[in-house]
Design a protein around this ligand. Structure first.
Ligand SMILES: Cc1cc2nc3c(=O)[nH]c(=O)nc-3n(C[C@H](O)[C@H](O)[C@H](O)COP(=O)(O)OP(=O)(O)OC[C@H]3O[C@@H](n4cnc5c(N)ncnc54)[C@H](O)[C@@H]3O)c2cc1C
Length: 405
């Protein structure tokens, strides 16, 4: 009998794995299982142009249903896997049925964290992960309404920017002293705090949430400093966790996601993982990482599929993500868990420059603000992992390409 590959998680990483398998000649059956009732779709516009109504929903889907049929990929939406038996090579689905596999891709992504505080389940309080979440928020975004965003990570910051540009009154509560701190650090986080304030966001830093108030829907947020902020709706963006609960007893090694090696292979033969759920060994950086980036989901899905096809290629990308807030297009390349100094190039506080996170003279990561034109060279500089002339790097009139040598 021909082999069968089952992919759990029908979004970017899963769809990319399915497509790569088929295009690279996988002859067996391919089943793409997705808990959501949607065709695979791009989440990034959910906090940006789609939320503001300037992108139709149909444009979120890179492929239509006919594509999966043509590729002989059986797409089963609205179908959740609830257990995995790695010894018998069988999945159990939510309806109690089972599905055998010879190869398995784990691409279940992440689920948003929720707040366990009084009033957290009141109507009018939203998370933003899925298209369904986006639709519920979109229906509530009317100019003049008062939005409170909890958490100034990327989702919260983009949510605040979109709502401001739609004419809502926006308050952001963030327990840390600056927004986006975990990735950008304090200096750049401050630049983003200034950006939001310049657009009229009431940015309350160092402030947490103690409770939500209201009878039949949320009408106010109580801060941990005892202040009551009246509101019409709330969006909670306090991070995500890997969607691995269903794998707890499976024998698949888990730690901050599904553990894999540099080939995206798990500890179980024939089982690979990719996308937001995968915590993999990155040989270039000599560390494990689990990225929550669109670009990684696409590339790692394809890399995991290649491993199943027997092509032994290490997965060694230069991490990349972007964020759009107001008219600032940010691109972040590389990986810098720590750095010992930051080099500014160009007019960073005017949102037209780049920031280089350095260890000694070796750039670890680069943040480009409205500098798409420097992206290709920045990627090459980061991939080289070599010392650069930091005076030249700091000088915006010095061509970046000359630093490559
Ligand atoms: C609002 C928003 C904005 C974003 N903006 C950006 C951006 O600007 N730039 C950027 O780089 N990244 C951005 N991201 C992150 C990016 O969307 C993710 O990195 C990407 O979606 C990860 O893809 P994935 O396929 O690994 O996981 P997911 O997209 O999470 O897909 C996993 C799928 O698996 C399904 N699933 C889970 N468990 C099961 C199960 N047991 N059985 C069956 N199916 C299951 C889930 O329902 C889900 O559909 C954004 C994310 C959000 C939510």
């Amino acid at each position: 009998m021909a082999e069968a590959c089952v992919i759990v998680g029908a979004n970017m990483a899963g769809a990319s794995a399915a497509e790569t398998l088929r295009r690279s000649g996988y002859a067996g059956a391919i089943t793409l299982l997705g808990a959501e009732p949607e065709l695979p779709y791009e989440r990034p516009p959910l906090s940006k142009e789609w939320l503001r109504g300037s992108t139709p929903t149909a444009k979120l889907h890179p492929r239509d249903a006919a594509f999966y049929a043509e590729q002989r990929i059986t797409l089963r939406t609205g179908t959740r896997a609830v257990a995995l038996d790695t010894a018998r090579q069988v999945l159990t689905l939510e309806d109690g049925s089972t599905l055998p596999w010879d190869h398995l891709v784990l691409a279940t992504g992440t689920v948003p964290r929720t707040l366990n505080i009084p009033g957290a389940d009141l109507p009018g309080i939203h998370l933003l992960r899925t298209l369904a979440d986006g639709r519920a928020i979109q229906a509530e975004l009317q100019a003049g309404r008062r939005l409170v965003v909890i958490g100034a990570g990327f989702i919260g910051a983009e949510m605040a920017a979109s709502a401001r540009s739609m004419g809502l009154t926006v308050t952001v509560l963030e327990v840390l002293p600056v927004p986006l701190r975990r990735v950008l650090g304090d200096e750049l986080g401050q630049i983003y705090a200034d950006l939001h304030r310049a657009h009229g966001v009431d940015m309350r830093l160092g402030t947490g949430v103690a409770a939500f108030m209201g009878d039949d829907r949320v009408t106010a947020v109580l801060t941990d400093q005892g202040e009551r902020i009246a509101c019409d709706l709330v969006v909670v963006g306090v991070g995500v966790r890997p969607a691995t609960d269903w794998l707890a007893d499976s024998g698949v090694a888990l730690e901050n996601g599904v553990l894999t090696d540099q080939y995206c292979a798990t500890n179980i033969p024939g089982v690979v993982a990719a996308g937001d759920v995968a915590n993999w060994w990155h040989p270039l950086y000599g560390t494990r990482m689990r990225l929550e980036h669109f670009d990684n989901a696409l590339k790692q899905g394809a890399a995991a599929a290649r491993t199943l096809l027997g092509q032994r290629e290490e997965y060694v990308p230069i991490p990349y993500f972007w964020s759009d807030q107001y008219d600032v297009h940010m691109q972040y390349l590389g990986y810098a868990a720590t750095w010992d100094r930051i080099i500014y190039r160009g007019d960073v506080v005017g949102y037209d420059g780049s920031v280089w996170y350095m260890r000694g003279d070796v750039p670890q990561a680069a943040l480009l603000l409205n500098r798409q034109r420097e992206m290709v060279t920045a990627r090459r500089l980061l991939a080289a992992r070599a010392a650069v002339d930091s005076t030249g790097l700091a000088d915006p009139n010095h061509d970046l390409r000359t630093l490559l040598a």
